[in-house]
Design a protein around this ligand. Structure first.
Ligand code: ADP
Length: 426
């Protein structure tokens, strides 16, 4: 079994976002959590997305993990590699986008790659190398205040030039407007001048299609999930990929319905309130969790009772900013988060072993904690529930049928996400 596309994503929810777009464009897709071991075998998939945590870790670590992921993807016969980062080019002065792209290029023996972060349907566009979020330049979009990767410069040619010793070039809109052949020629001209990285303008879907056609034969492409949406049509054109009727088809789901929420984002708070108007829920409080196991046990009993009556049921630590701040002031930010993540992870493990088979988790960090508590290494990607959030399935040893999982990062999903997710599940 060989795969067509092998992707390396620099964070967990970014990986899911790309995988979701690949499925929507006709590829059967598996997400692997962390660098895959050599023994991991895949079948019936066209694309694999390896989810790393390499966005803001030390650069050396990001390079080592990315190369290990690449080696495994190459062993699966991947015809093209894709380095996925955020559509807002989240990185620091030193990386990790430039150093990881350089290391991957070198290992692949390739001369050049493209950088296509744009995702026009989400308002991320690039013009003359400048990244916009809606109608604002990146450095005026709020991203300049990001705690880990503040983006204070919207000129991506200049940003990337600080992260790599190699020349950085631009494929500007006027070239793209002439079509894929002219764009390919422009890339070749730049390669002739030794330009290793090419930042690509993108204003709309058409530009993404032109770029996908122009770079489909490169060993490595890099960018956001927008480019991922455009590439599968090119793979089909080249005969690398067959028409697949239902690329997001999962096995029929079964078992209890549980929602666990550790996200305190505005979107999640709305979804929690909406759910509680219809179904039962139990609120966890980090201050009580810090004192004893009593609250955790009460939550478990509550969930068991509701599940016996057919569910769905919600257990949540989600709280408004004042309550979160108060808990953080008493316990410290890290400990408050850890207590909640541990409690939700252990609830997931206990209740899945008792028969929960359909699980929705809200929160990026929370999802990471739950997935690791359940010992999940791979996720098969299914149909989208709301933009960016698909149903997935994981095979667990203790279950005959796979566990259905929806992992929602904080800001995603409509107000009725927690209830609708179960309604759209086959
Ligand atoms: P999001 O995707 O919305 O950012 P995350 O799960 O990534 O959600 O992050 C939320 C963090 O807040 C987690 O570490 C979680 O454990 C923590 N948390 C959740 N509820 C509370 C609370 N009531 N008080 C303090 N921290 C909390």
């Amino acid at each position: 079994m060989t795969i067509v596309l092998g992707a390396i994503a620099d964070d967990f929810t970014g990986a899911t976002d790309l995988a979701n777009n690949l499925v929507r464009s006709g590829m059967r897709c598996l997400q692997v959590i962390g660098v895959p071991g050599p023994e991991l075998e895949v079948s019936d998939v066209d694309a694999v997305v390896v989810a790393l945590k390499s966005r803001s870790c030390p650069t050396d670590e990001a390079v080592v993990d990315s190369l290990a992921a690449l080696a495994w993807l190459q062993a699966q016969g991947a015809r093209q590699c894709f380095f996925k980062y955020c559509s807002t080019f989240d990185s620091t002065e030193r990386g990790n986008i430039g150093p990881v792209a350089d290391a991957l290029l070198e290992r692949l023996g390739a001369e050049q790659t493209v950088m296509v972060p744009a995702f026009p349907v989400n308002g991320r566009t690039v013009y003359q190398g400048h990244l916009f979020v809606g109608d604002r330049l990146l450095n005026d979009s709020g991203m300049q205040h990001h705690p880990l990767t503040p983006m204070t410069d919207a000129d991506l040619v200049r940003v990337l030039a600080r992260q790599t010793p190699h020349p950085v070039g631009l494929a500007a809109r006027p070239v793209l407007a002439q079509g894929a052949e002219a764009t390919r020629q422009h890339l070749a001209d730049l390669a002739g001048q030794g330009v290793r990285h090419v930042i690509c303008d993108t204003l709309d879907e058409r530009d993404l299609d032109v770029l996908a056609e122009a770079c489909v034969s490169l060993p490595l492409v890099t960018g956001g999930s927008g480019l991922g949406q455009a590439l599968p049509a090119q793979y089909r054109r080249l005969g690398w990929l067959a028409e697949i009727a239902e690329p997001g088809r999962l096995q029929p789901s079964s078992g209890g319905k549980l929602v666990l929420s550790g996200s305190c984002s505005r979107a999640t708070l709305g979804q929690v309130a909406h759910f509680l108007e219809r179904y039962p829920g139990f609120a966890l409080d980090p201050l009580a969790l810090a004192e004893s196991d009593a609250q955790w046990e009460a939550a478990l009993d509550f969930a068991r009772n509701a599940l016996e009556r057919g569910g769905p049921v919600l257990v949540y630590a989600s709280a408004d900013p004042e309550r979160v701040k108060a808990a953080q002031a008493r316990l410290g930010v890290e400990r408050a988060g850890q207590l909640v993540e541990r409690a939700l992870g252990q609830l997931a493990r206990t209740l899945v072993s008792e028969g929960v088979g359909r699980l929705v988790v809200a929160g990026g960090e929370t999802s990471g904690a739950v997935v690791s508590a359940l010992g999940i290494e791979t996720l098969r990607i299914g149909e989208q529930i709301d933009p960016g959030v698909p149903w997935t399935q994981a095979q667990l040893e203790e279950r005959e049928v796979p566990l259905s999982l929806a992992l929602k990062s904080g800001n995603f999903g409509n107000i009725d996400f927690f209830t609708r997710a179960f309604e759209v599940l086959p």
